[in-house]
Design a protein around this ligand. Sequence first.
Ligand code: KIV
Length: 272
Amino acid sequence: MSIHQEDFRRVTTQRLLEMKMRKEKISMITAYDYTMGSIVDQGGVDIVLVGDSASNVMCGNSTTLPITLDQMIFLAKSVVRGVRRALVVVDMPFGTYQGNSKEALSSAIRIMKETHGDCLKLEGGEEIIESVKRVLSAGIPVMGHLGLMPQSINKYGSYAVRAKEDNEAEKLVRDAHLLEDAGCFAIVLEKIPAKLAERVAKELSIPIIGIGAGGGVDGQVLVLHDMIGLTQDFSPRFLRRYANLQGIMNEAIEHYVADVKSGDFPNEKEQY
Ligand code: KIV
């Protein structure tokens, strides 16, 4: 457990609400496998997100669209085994909830039964509200996701900042209220103006977690591989890199290759 985190109780959606009420910021990081899930949990993070950004980061796709329900379930199962304290949120992948709320519920039930994750995240507002309500009606907690919604990239054609214009901003605020009224326990706001995100966080009583949405919200989320520098080709303004693990890994691997080539590895003590 992290030196900053002395509370060993499991994080629940209720505890996140209490954190918002006492103005304690919420930390959230992605993880896609057992080892990373366990490392971020031990670091004291409040929420671990099995994000569909795995499509980019783990599978090398250029968007989040190709990742499948089976693949998300495989990744989420592994993460859950590594997490003791944090709340585990699993992204519902593209195509499993958008058009049909019955299909949304059966996809949601599969994820919950097979992964043992705690809750689900869905992208969208009014357009998917029937799916959100149906998933909630089965007792499955839902986190919303508004602003830049990577599953809709083909509609917008770019990953630029969203809701800069008044009409888009007003729709976002309406959608946020709709999600809260439906019963979502939190909402991620991605890449929108900081003032707008702060307004949503003030108007809503559920926690608002930002990524590229400024500091006026209730918590922050980053993609693990970006914030520890395992990826280097993605550098938006909002990303703070806390380490350069790609550099460290490159050095370690080059060192190992050189040792194998020279016969230095293994030495006398490294054999039986
Ligand atoms: O999939 C993901 O990693 C996400 C975060 C960017 C919030 O949805």
